[in-house]
Design a protein around this ligand. Structure first.
Ligand code: ATP
Ligand code: MG
Length: 231
């Protein structure tokens, strides 16, 4: 078994609405290994996005611990958490969240520039990554001038351009037709193999989930390991 990349322990999260408390996550614990691709499935409202926001340090749990390579992530200052996110994490959303007024190259170069990379070098690396996702012929296009699958590939290029240890993808293929979704998913697998990037992927597509290393289901606030789902 490979080394553990991220470790979550007894993570709980609830939302308070007047007198009502909604317990979304209850004592969630997990180990995510280096290079592992983990699928999270579960019905709508089961807390998948809530958990992803916590793993991405975009939201805090009520209690619990999250460790990554010796760092106690939930104890980091805001500035250190932002630096950790930029250096070690990549994000892919259901809707691409690209910056509309910027070209594909500029969108992909953004995390590099934020990380202090020299602009010419950032542009070069962004273009190399866009070539890898099959968009070498669309470098100057803005999101509005790209198809849905192309936009999602730009978003993936942006998520992995920093070579992060972990990519968090919340329904990365949810908004795409089956064929485009399959090709976007194939790209994630290829990047996983070549860069040893770990992935946590939220999906409603069980067939897609079954192609990952492991699947867990969120149900009533609990994270349940699925039995072997090899097709
Ligand atoms: N800011 C908030 N305030 C109150 N309740 C919230 C808030 N954010 C999420 N919730 C509730 O927490 C539950 C989990 O939401 P979450 O977005 O994590 O679900 P999900 O599993 O991602 O669902 P979907 O598959 O529809 O995306 C939902 O019942 C939702 O209404
Ligand atoms: Mg969600």
């Amino acid at each position: 078994m490979t080394e553990v990349l991220m470790q979550g322990r007894q993570i709980s999260k609830s939302y308070q609405d007047g007198k009502n408390t909604t317990q979304v996550l209850q004592d969630i614990s997990f180990d995510l290994h280096i290079g592992e691709m983990l699928a999270i499935v579960g019905s709508s409202g089961s807390g998948k996005s809530t958990l992803m926001h916590i793993l991405g340090l975009l939201d805090s749990p009520d209690c619990g611990e999250l460790h990554c390579r010796g760092d106690n992530l939930l104890q980091l200052s805001q500035a250190k958490a932002a630096a950790f996110r930029n250096e070690h994490l990549g994000f892919v959303y259901q809707f691409h969240h690209l910056l509309n007024e910027f070209s594909a190259t500029e969108n992909v170069a953004m995390p590099l520039l934020i990380g202090g990379c020299q602009p010419q070098r950032a542009k070069q690396k962004a273009n190399e990554m866009l070539e890898r996702v099959g968009l070498g012929h669309r470098l100057k296009h803005r999101p509005a001038e790209l198809s849905g699958g192309e936009r999602q590939r730009v978003a993936i290029a942006r998520a992995v351009v920093n070579e992060p240890a972990l990519v968090l993808a919340d329904e990365p293929t949810g908004n795409l037709d089956q064929t485009t979704g399959d090709s976007v998913f194939g790209l994630l697998k290829e990047l996983n193999q070549s860069l040893q990037t770990s992935f946590v992927i939220v999906t409603h597509d069980l067939q897609l989930a079954s192609q990952l290393d492991r699947t867990v289901t969120l149900n009533n606030g609990l994270l349940v390991a699925n039995e072997s789902m090899t097709p």
